[in-house]
Design a protein around this ligand. Structure first.
Ligand code: FMN
Length: 191
């Protein structure tokens, strides 16, 4: 793929994944790290924090998620999660947001919103960058039901708020195309 727009257009929600990824864990870690650092945040606060699980740790995680939901996750969907290569867990570091709110009380409510915006941009950028490395991913939300054990299991700061989980892996099949509104219906142009 040649450029950013190619990666952006290739990004999809991939549910049929396995662990036969051609890129090694260290390279994936470096790629995700670069994307995280390159992503902007309000007042440069950098409140997005990640947990990266690979291989057995990833498998353990998804088995525990499923157990938390009484093993009720759709079997086909769950197979794609648990048989994938790894998972990125996305958090807001509430310690950082709180400090910004104390420093700039006029923007107190905005910092909550901006922290979510920042995290969404990180999520999107990583989703696209993984696709650029030929790795498929999807975005999942088993929080807040799993929050308590995630904090304990991985020794995380209690002020880390879990926002999303992104299982990723080798792409087994391309999803069906989805209908999209033409840009002309969503953009008003004045010139
Ligand atoms: C903010 C946000 C939340 C989403 N939450 C979920 C989710 O919890 N589970 C899921 O399977 N897909 C989730 N998705 C994926 C969307 O359904 C998907 O991106 C959309 O239908 C477009 O399909 P595509 O990703 O294949 O282009 C989410 C996407 C976004 C942007």
């Amino acid at each position: 793929m040649k450029n950013y727009l190619d990666y952006l257009e290739k990004r999809r929600s991939y549910y049929e994944l396995d662990n036969q990824v051609k890129v090694d864990n260290k390279e994936i870690e470096a790629l995700i790290g670069k994307v995280l650092v390159a992503t902007p945040s309000a007042f440069n606060m950098q409140s997005a924090k990640l947990l990266l699980l690979f291989d057995e740790k990833h498998v353990e995680f998804w088995n525990k998620v499923n157990a938390t939901f009484d093993n009720s996750i759709n079997k086909t969907k769950f197979k794609g999660f648990v048989e994938a290569k790894g998972t990125v867990l996305y958090f807001i570091d509430r310690n950082i947001v709180g400090k910004m709110q104390d420093r700039f009380p006029n923007y107190k409510q905005s910092f909550d919103i901006w922290a979510n915006h920042e995290n969404a941009i990180v999520q999107s950028n990583i989703w696209v960058a993984l696709r650029g490395a030929n790795i498929g991913a999807s975005l999942q939300h088993y929080n807040p039901v799993i929050d308590k054990w995630v904090t304990e299991e991985y020794g995380l700061d209690k002020n880390f708020e879990l926002l999303a989980q992104m299982p990723f892996g080798n792409i087994i099949s391309e999803p069906e195309p989805k209908e999209k509104f033409p840009a002309s219906e969503r953009i008003k142009i004045i010139e």
